[in-house]
Write a protein that binds this ligand. Structure first.
Ligand SMILES: Nc1ncnc2c1ncn2[C@@H]1O[C@H](COP(=O)(O)OP(=O)(O)OP(=O)(O)O)[C@@H](O)[C@H]1O
Ligand SMILES: [Mg+2]
Length: 372
């Protein structure tokens, strides 16, 4: 499991275009059962050239990349919380995601209607953020009503939870996102307060990746214009990330066969498909990293958090691996490349034995030893 990302933005800014590009690219390169989980949920491979490098040395029957899910919902408009446009009820589909990809129109192309009449990314971001804060406020108010009813139960955590919800409500009332709310002082040593906060799944509490949807001539993402500069400044000021992508080009690229795709990428002066950049930014933003398992049956990429220790990494494969963890045998891909054969790693002392306190490094190839 990689991570799950909800796509938000004004109508007609290119959300579905980018979603289609992402999911078409994923479907072309992988054969998943139940690939389409829901019409608006798509699974995407995380592109990683290290898988192909590993395959050169460890001939295996299949390659299983890490994957992530994107959820595409209808655009939000100013006033959505009070029912404008399609309203905001579909935000429910993105409450359970790990992060938000906020698509912002940065392309000028005159024939695509902008609901606000002009291209102004910061104004657009503020409209969406206000709507997301209002949606979270509704969530908090519902929770307050629920916990008020529970007061009668005399459970000692209920007043503490209500105190936290009051403060959170006041915070959101100022039109500021939940991510700047400090819940710690309310938690103290009462984990149930932390649980209650987490169970709200506030949208503005999630990390944000701004996706600047730019014109075709900026498709390689290396040059900013006035619009993208402003979005990047805003992202930096709030600890978010920003990436440039031309949805239209990515959609076209995603429909091509690999060779034609490579040719078009070169013709456009791009170094790689913009989608790869987008996926990597998401990984970076969420502090995720990859480790590999590589055997004759399969080579597989696993997603873990930076800082995760070996037993946690093992638990991604199976909870038994975590419970019965004995040790991890670890090697690095560059070492494999330098000796040229997997069997030579051992002879050269390049396979390390690591214990439960080992912090996994991005790109490690691991074999776990465990008791069942
Ligand atoms: N970078 C781009 N340059 C020019 N046109 C683009 C670009 N990206 C998307 N478009 C065009 O913008 C239009 C709207 O795109 P799309 O349907 O993806 O928007 P959306 O955000 O999903 O809208 P809605 O919220 O209404 O579902 C489409 O005609 C699409 O081809
Ligand atoms: Mg759409």
């Amino acid at each position: 499991m990689g991570f799950k990302c909800g796509i938000v933005g004004l109508p007609n800014v290119g959300k579905s275009t980018i979603f289609n590009a992402l999911t078409a690219a994923g479907a072309a390169s992988a054969n998943y059962p139940f690939c389409t989980i829901d019409p608006n949920v798509g699974r995407v491979d995380v592109p990683d050239p290290r898988l192909q490098t590993l395959d050169k040395y460890v001939k295996s029957q299949k390659i299983v990349p890490a994957s992530m899910e994107f959820v595409d919902i209808a655009g939000l408009v100013r006033g959505a919380a009070s029912g404008e446009g399609l309203g905001n009820q579909f935000l429910g589909h993105i409450r359970q995601t790990d992060a938000i990809a906020h698509v912002v129109r940065c392309f000028d192309s005159g024939d695509i209607t902008h609901v606000e009449g002009s291209v102004d990314p910061i104004r657009d971001i503020e409209i969406i953020e206000t709507e997301l804060v209002l949606a979270d406020l509704q969530t908090v108010e519902n929770a307050q009503t629920r916990y008020e009813k529970l007061k009668k139960t005399n459970k000692k955590e209920i007043p503490l939870i209500l105190e936290m919800l009051d403060a959170l409500n006041a915070h959101l009332q100022q039109s500021v996102p939940a991510r700047s709310f400090d819940v710690e002082p309310f938690v103290g040593d009462e984990v149930l307060v932390a649980d209650a906060y987490r169970d709200l799944h506030l949208i503005t509490g999630k990390k944000v990746l701004y996706v600047c949807n730019v014109d075709e001539d900026m498709a390689d993402g290396s040059v900013d214009n006035e619009h993208t500069k402003r979005v990047k400044e805003r992202a930096a000021s709030e600890g978010a990330a920003a990436t440039l992508i031309c949805g239209k080009i990515e959609e076209e690229l995603s429909q091509l066969e690999p060779e034609d795709k490579q040719e078009m990428i070169q013709d456009l002066g791009m170094s790689e498909a913009g989608l790869n950049r987008l996926i990597r930014s998401g990984y970076e933003l969420l502090g995720l990293q990859t480790y590999f398992t590589a055997g004759e049956k399969e080579i597989r990429a696993w997603t873990i958090r930076k800082g995760d220790k070996a037993p946690v990494a093992a638990g991604k494969i199976h909870s038994d691996f975590e419970r019965g963890f004995i040790c991890a045998e670890v090697y690095a891909i560059p070492d494999l490349e330098s000796v040229g054969q997997r069997s030579k790693l051992k002879e050269n002392g390049l396979i390390r034995q690591e214990g439960r306190d080992y912090v996994v490094v991005d790109g490690d190839v691991i074999e776990f030893r465990f008791n069942v």
